[in-house]
Design a protein around this ligand. Sequence first.
Ligand SMILES: Cc1cc2nc3c(=O)[nH]c(=O)nc-3n(C[C@H](O)[C@H](O)[C@H](O)COP(=O)(O)O)c2cc1C
Length: 169
Amino acid sequence: MRKLKEITPYEIENAMKLIGKDWMLITASDGRKVNTMTASWGNMGVLWGKNVCTVYIRPQRYTYEFVECSDHLSLSFFDESYRDALKVCGTVSGRDCDKLARTGLTAATVDSVPIISQARLTIICKKLYADDIRPEKFLCDEPLSNYKQNDFHRFYICEIEKVLVAEES
Ligand SMILES: Cc1cc2nc3c(=O)[nH]c(=O)nc-3n(C[C@H](O)[C@H](O)[C@H](O)COP(=O)(O)O)c2cc1C
């Protein structure tokens, strides 16, 4: 694994681009296994006096089960050369195949939290709050079209505990 250097949350690049355009892997462990999935919905900001990020996970994702039973998760961001790996992790379920073996990605741990070794930027997150998107709470109808199967995301507001960047080798 490349050497990791800790930076502050204030040095994280534009979150809109990182999450929405580059995409990320959300990785968690159930204590025995690790699972990861691609996500492009999420946000970063400040809440309760803490630097936080929020991720949105539909209940049918295998990753949901891992995130539910873990206090922590990690977010991983990659160079463009990993786009195909992110596509695999965003279309195949860990229920059906070993996504890490299939993509050549490897897991490691930081402070016992699973991370993906090839990431150029890793954020270690501690879950603070979880709730489900509720249809009756929408103030306009347009976003509801994302939930034709009633698979409303559970969102996790997480404290950003550590931000790590891979050092150039
Ligand atoms: C670009 C991209 C972004 C995605 N963003 C999300 C997301 O934010 N939340 C979510 O629940 N699923 C998202 N997905 C879908 C999951 O990554 C996909 O269903 C994955 O296969 C789930 O794997 P799992 O069953 O091993 O958890 C996204 C997929 C892609 C390709």
